[in-house]
Design a binder for this molecule. Structure first.
Ligand SMILES: NC(=O)c1ccc[n+]([C@@H]2O[C@H](COP(=O)([O-])OP(=O)(O)OC[C@H]3O[C@@H](n4cnc5c(N)ncnc54)[C@H](OP(=O)(O)O)[C@@H]3O)[C@@H](O)[C@H]2O)c1
Length: 245
């Protein structure tokens, strides 16, 4: 693969879990990965591991709730490589609780990160991809984009929103730009650590026993990227074989 063929892939929320695994997997396959999240020390460690293995990684602090921060992230990638081939809008939070607990700050945080964050990723990359006449926007939804369970109403609402936004985007920009929704079932990561509610934490403990490794999602994302330009893997669910949900 020569330098011009190496895709430039931006990954939000690359400091742990699925984002970290995706960065590692794609970089090992020759792609330039641009890593964004708030915990830059984690990103620096990841980039050092990738470059030690001969890969290409660059780091930029990113808060997806800020459109300005997202635009700076994209400009950073453009400054380095002159183009953006893929953005993986992966950053997400999941502080589960029943609605009656009225954890309104947590509802707002889920909306800000999981929905506004994805919209900001689209807003910052779509004009670039339209200029290039190529690109791919990959959004992380969830099995929670298809079904709702107690404590997960707001989280699922944000993932339903991600699915709706992605499908609308796909219909609007089809032709040059591919849109992919990846919906994981339960995957090992730090996601459940944001749960402050004892009921939500308990619900998750049982649920997460069958979790699969984040590399499964990384491989799925790679599969969607490596298809020819006229093939859009528009929607894909990856869940544990043992999952009843
Ligand atoms: N794990 C699962 O079972 C599962 C299932 C279905 C869907 N998903 C989805 O997969 C995605 C990745 O989650 P994960 O499981 O890998 O969880 P994770 O290990 O907790 O990773 C979440 C990532 O999001 C980043 N993030 C959170 N708020 C951010 C912000 N304001 N700005 C920038 N980055 C932010 C975190 O980085 P910083 O804290 O360093 O900013 C972290 O890198 C999420 O969208 C999640 O909803 C996960």
């Amino acid at each position: 693969m020569n330098a011009a063929e190496r895709k430039v892939v931006l990954i939000t929320g690359a400091s742990s879990g699925i984002g970290e695994a995706t960065a590692t997997h794609l970089a090992a396959r020759g792609m330039h990965v641009i890593l964004g999240a708030r915990r830059t020390e984690r990103l620096e460690e990841l980039a050092a591991r990738i470059t030690a293995e001969g890969g290409s990684a660059a780091v930029r602090r990113l808060d997806v709730t800020s459109l300005e921060s997202m635009r700076e992230f994209v400009d950073f990638a453009l400054g380095l490589h002159g183009r953006v081939d893929v953005i993986v809008n992966n950053a997400g939070v999941m502080p589960l609780s029943k609605l009656e607990a009225l954890k309104i700050d947590e509802w707002n945080r889920m909306i800000d990160v999981n929905v506004r964050g994805v919209l900001h990723g689209i807003a910052a990359t779509l004009p670039v991809m339209q200029r290039q006449k190529s690109g791919q926007i990959i959004n992380l939804a969830s099995i929670g984009a298809y079904t709702v369970s107690p404590t997960a109403a707001v989280y699922c609402a944000t993932k339903f929103a991600v699915a709706a936004i992605s499908e609308g985007l796909r219909q609007e920009v089809g032709g040059d730009i591919r849109v992919t929704v990846v919906s994981p079932g339960v995957v090992e990561s730090e996601l459940a650590e944001s749960i402050s509610d004892p009921g939500g934490r308990e619900e998750m403990r049982g649920f997460r026993k069958i979790a699969i490794k984040p590399d499964a999602i990384a491989r799925t994302i790679h599969f969607a990227i490596e298809q020819p330009a006229d093939v859009d893997v528009s929607e894909i669910i990856v869940r544990p074989t043992a999952s009843p949900y």
